[in-house]
Design a protein around this ligand. Structure first.
Ligand code: ATP
Ligand code: ATP
Ligand code: MG
Ligand code: MG
Ligand code: MG
Ligand code: MG
Length: 258
């Protein structure tokens, strides 16, 4: 491209922030004003499963589109995308990575809306904010994901109680007051005694949030001359509502974060 006298505005002013090497890069997006968005689209409370499945479908599209995303974790109106430690995606340029993630996720959300809400018109454009955080080693990236899942548990247990109280006739203010200062154990007791709900029986997608990752799946491609199966392992993008705080999931999937 020809140089013009104006080119200095790029050369001298456009600063590219590069993310540090050998760090797991996390992009976390979160719906803007989804309290309102969920109201005007009459989401079921506390958890509209269609909305969660729409978020999960968007996350799956993200892994299809961006191969360096190795793991995603989502709850409510948020999703975290983990890029592999040594990714060279856009030379690790922060603004490229962040803006591509936020805009692609948002576009897919709009495109897939009608698949999950066939009878509901999209009344307002959904939009998401995003941030990038780098984690320097396996411990910190594992702790990051654990932090999000603990948050999911705390919020969901609270919301399950809150909406049970509201649906039983309490005002939102009264429900809030009733839960003030309660511990986890108290909330489980409230659910079982007043509403015959065993919290552990609530759907895992609500209690655990959603993970999207590539899973190793063995498929039979053909049989050999003696009729023995010839198997091949493929990586298939998978969605699961499982514990990622303890070691078990990571021990069973050592190839995800490495
Ligand atoms: P901000 O713009 O600061 O993120 P927000 O209104 O989006 O504000 P959040 O803290 O992100 O607030 O909370 C998301 C809100 O969206 C929750 O309060 C919840 O009411 C609603 N929400 C998101 N997903 C669902 C869902 N699947 N079912 C029901 N409600 C949902
Ligand atoms: P990158 O991802 O690097 O931005 P790009 O393909 O988007 O790659 P740009 O330099 O941004 O490349 O150029 C945008 C391209 O989009 C142009 O080359 C042009 O062909 C096409 N384009 C954009 N807007 C129009 C338009 N209104 N009419 C016709 N072509 C357009
Ligand atoms: Mg490192
Ligand atoms: Mg939000
Ligand atoms: Mg949120
Ligand atoms: Mg372009």
């Amino acid at each position: 491209m020809a140089n013009s006298e104006y080119e200095y505005v790029k050369r001298e002013f456009e600063l590219d922030s590069l993310l540090p090497p050998s760090n797991w890069i996390v992009v976390r997006i979160d719906g803007c004003h989804f309290h309102r968005f969920s109201k005007i689209h009459t989401f079921e409370k506390p958890n509209d499963e269609r909305a969660l499945r729409l978020m999960n479908a968007c996350a799956t599209s993200m892994l299809e589109k961006f191969p360096d995303i190795v793991f995603a974790y989502g709850v409510s109106d948020e999703y975290s995308f983990v890029f592999r430690e040594e990714t060279e995606f856009y030379q690790r340029r922060e603004s490229k990575i962040l803006s591509l993630c936020v805009s692609y996720f948002t576009s897919v959300y709009v495109m897939k809306w009608k698949d999950f809400f066939p009878n509901k018109e999209l009344k307002e454009p959904p939009y998401f904010d995003g941030r990038v955080v780098c984690y320097p080693n396996l411990k910190t990236i594992r702790d990051y994901l654990a932090w999000r899942q603990v948050d999911c548990h705390i919020n969901n247990q609270y919301n399950t109680c809150f909406w049970s109280l509201v649906k039983s006739g309490k005002t939102e203010k009264e429900a809030q007051q009733a839960l003030k200062g309660t511990f986890s154990k108290d909330k489980n007791e409230l659910l079982s005694q007043q509403f015959q709900i065993n919290y552990d029986d609530e759907p895992a997608i609500f209690r655990k949030g959603s993970c999207v990752y590539r899973d190793k799946v063995e498929t039979m491609v053909k049989t050999d001359r003696c009729g023995n199966p010839i198997k091949r392992t493929r990586l298939v993008i998978t969605n699961a509502n499982v514990d990622i705080i303890g070691p078990e999931f990571w021990e069973n999937h050592p190839y995800i974060l490495r």
